[in-house]
Design a protein around this ligand. Structure first.
Ligand code: PXP
Length: 251
């Protein structure tokens, strides 16, 4: 298997959203994580929000204990979340904005504006052996600051590309390609996510420097119609086809 195989992280937050609509235990996001693993996911992503609107503390505990795939914990850079991460030691932590003022105009974490706040969190996660990723806009400034902060991974926010159409979408895709290339030049591993669907995944999957996609909302929605296993298998196939059509891997 290629060292540059594109990984799929399945975000299971919205299984918890449906569960929480009723209270109680069903549907169980941990069951969704296990089914994702059987269906070809390479990792599980879960966002423990400060308001606990979907994933709960106990979900994170159970995911840490019960799943075999690497867990990518998305979280805000707060002392509370850092303590949880250090307690469970997930494979990875992705730092995301939760407050409006932490976001760039388009939605990623504004690492340029908040570097002084973020630096100690990145350092403490790095020191604990947890792979840190920063969820940023595909912008040169954000990438340069991510590099200066010592983040080994960035996840590019591709929501604007997914929502755009026509020439506007092509423009967003160019930004993503350029950012992925710059990340590789800087020695930062590049991921992408937010808003990806069967229709939008191909051009992003074809970008050779991108190593992982994190996809949730669309897959959980599609699961209503076809089942989660089939939705993941189809997404995996579209990713692999786009990657293969794009030609040989980069090193
Ligand atoms: N990556 C990050 C950092 C996220 O916060 C999210 C959820 O918003 C996703 C990926 C997945 O996005 P979506 O649920 O739209 O597929």
């Amino acid at each position: 298997m290629s060292a540059n195989r594109l990984r799929l992280g399945v975000n299971i937050d919205h299984v918890a959203t449906i569960r929480n609509a009723r209270g109680g235990a069903l549907p169980d996001p941990v069951r969704a994580a296990k089914l994702s693993a059987e269906s070809g996911a390479d990792g599980i992503t879960a966002h423990l929000r400060e308001d606990r609107r979907h994933i709960s503390d106990d979900d994170i505990r159970r995911l840490s204990e019960e799943i075999v795939l690497p867990l990518n914990l998305e979280m805000a850079a707060t002392e509370e979340m850092l303590a949880i991460a250090l307690r469970h030691k997930p494979h990875a932590c992705c730092l995301v904005p939760e407050k409006r003022e932490e976001r760039t105009t388009e939605g990623g974490l504004d690492v340029a504006a908040h570097h002084a706040h973020l630096a100690p969190y990145i350092a403490r996660l790095n020191d604990a052996g947890i792979r840190v990723s920063l969820f940023i806009e595909p912008s040169r400034v954000q990438l340069m600051v991510a590099k200066a902060l010592g983040a080994p991974v960035v996840e590019l926010h591709v929501g604007a590309y997914c929502e755009a159409t026509g020439a506007d979408q092509a423009r967003h895709l160019t930004r993503i390609r350029e950012a992925a290339r710059l990340a590789a030049e800087l020695g930062i591993e590049c991921h992408a996510g937010h808003g990806l669907t069967f229709d939008t995944v191909g051009p992003v999957a074809a970008i050779p420097e991108i190593r992982e996609l994190n996809i949730g909302h669309f897959l959980i929605g599609e699961a209503i119609f076809t089942g989660l296993d089939r939705a993941i298998i189809r997404m995996r196939t579209l990713m692999d086809e786009a990657r293969a059509a794009a030609g040989p891997d980069v090193a």
